[in-house]
Write a new protein. Structure first.
Length: 291
């Protein structure tokens, strides 16, 4: 159906466009995706897209006059027995309902879709994505993460700066682990927490792996494998979880605009909902011991 200016769009129509791009069947079994609250038959004129469905983005949706909030992260991922207004998640639900705003979540289905979350991350870094890092099936073009290439190789120190320049600034910042002079061309990325795919990235033969929430021990053990003769492991770039997934919001907003042209107004949230707010300390010199 071709939508025309002035036609009534309802929540179910926006959901239809989203689920065509991000089929719910792609979601992990443990995930909680779909409509969290709101009437599918409610009229929609404005839609806000965000990473986190928290009070700050609900405030933004209210200020925008939105009737629908689309988030990447689920609000109610684990089982709940109630949503009282004196609980932080309950407050979100109550405020959404009182404000006449629906909430829809696209999580691991958006991670695995083609294009999906990691395609947006790759694009923000100037990478041409070629295939999933972890395909949903052998040879599939859907799956978690992406492998991509730079137009031309560059030193790792320059690549880390590229990542910092391509993503929104956060207190967490961007950290690199590897030889600063190493040449980087082929890169794996995974939006969100991706240290479970360190071995997969190494097996893919990439020069660097960009993801979020890298932990001390898995990262250290990964890099230590480079000491084994004949072994090469990718350099690591650790970014803030929120920053790694925020580029997807524009992708989702664009697809809704394309599916429902001239009918709904879309806006990408600019609230930095990364939980970290303060960073202190200078960049350490890896060649110097502690004083």
């Amino acid at each position: 159906m071709q939508w025309k200016l002035g036609e009534t769009v309802r929540i179910r129509d926006v959901i239809g466009a989203l689920e065509k791009a991000y089929p719910t069947g792609l979601a992990e079994d443990w995930d909680a995706v779909g409509l969290v609250c709101g009437d599918p038959d409610s009229v929609v004129q404005r839609v806000l897209f965000c990473v986190d469905p928290i009070e700050a983005t609900v405030d933004e949706a209210i200020d925008f006059g939105a009737q629908l909030l689309i988030s990447h992260h689920p609000l109610l991922l684990r089982g709940v027995h109630g949503v009282p207004a004196d609980d932080h998640k309950g407050r979100v639900v109550h405020r959404l309902i009182r404000s006449g705003i629906g909430l829809y979540c696209a999580h691991t289905n958006a991670d695995k879709a083609n294009p999906g979350v990691s395609d947006s991350l790759a694009g923000a870094l100037g990478l041409t994505a070629t295939r999933p890092l972890v395909p949903t099936a052998p040879g599939a073009d859907t799956g978690l993460g992406r492998i991509g290439e730079l137009a031309r190789p560059e030193p790792f120190r320059a690549f880390v700066r590229r990542v910092a320049d391509g993503l929104p600034t956060t207190a967490w910042g961007v950290r690199g682990a590897g030889d600063p002079d190493r040449e980087i061309r082929r890169v794996a990325v995974c939006g969100g927490a991706g240290d479970s795919f360190l071995a997969t990235a190494a097996e893919a033969g990439v020069d660097a792996y960009v993801t979020a929430d890298l932990r001390h021990h898995p990262a250290g053990e990964h890099l230590a494998r480079a000491d084994v003769p004949g072994t090469s492991v990718p350099a690591l770039v650790d970014v803030a979880h929120w920053a790694s997934e925020w580029p997807w919001c524009q992708q989702a907003a664009d697809l809704v605009s394309a599916a429902l042209p001239d009918t709904v107004e879309v806006l990408v949230s600019t609230r930095r909902t990364d939980p970290w707010t303060v960073h202190a300390g200078a960049t350490p010199d890896p060649g110097r011991a502690l004083a």
